[in-house]
Design a protein around this ligand. Structure first.
Ligand SMILES: O=C(O)CC1=CCC(=O)O1
Length: 96
């Protein structure tokens, strides 16, 4: 199942910078592992915002929920999720 996920990060200025850097490093490693596994095929920065738009390719709602709630930055994120399905004009799913 494909999902579009938008994540906006709001880290409070009260969090010590060393802690923030450690969390960001964990976030990067976690994200890159899921990208290599094919579960997180796209991640794009939203220009001018501390936000991303991502595509997830997972088995079901529960798997996406588990992935998102395990994000190291999850406590400081606003997340919106939209399920996707095939567009009838897509050339990537054409029947021959
Ligand atoms: O920087 C972000 O958009 C938050 C984030 C999600 C995965 C990652 O590596 O950073």
């Amino acid at each position: 199942m494909l999902f579009k996920v938008e994540m906006t990060v709001n880290i409070p200025s009260s969090l010590p910078s060393a802690e923030v850097e450690a969390i960001k490093a964990k976030e990067k490693a976690y994200s890159q592992r899921l990208q290599r596994e094919g579960k997180w095929p796209h991640i794009w920065r939203v220009v001018g915002q501390y936000a991303n738009v991502s595509i997830f390719d997972v088995a079901d709602n529960q798997e996406l929920h588990d992935i998102l709630t395990a994000l190291p930055l999850y406590p400081w994120m606003e997340i919106s999720v939209q399920p996707l399905c095939m567009h009838p004009s897509s050339i990537h799913h054409e029947q021959k």
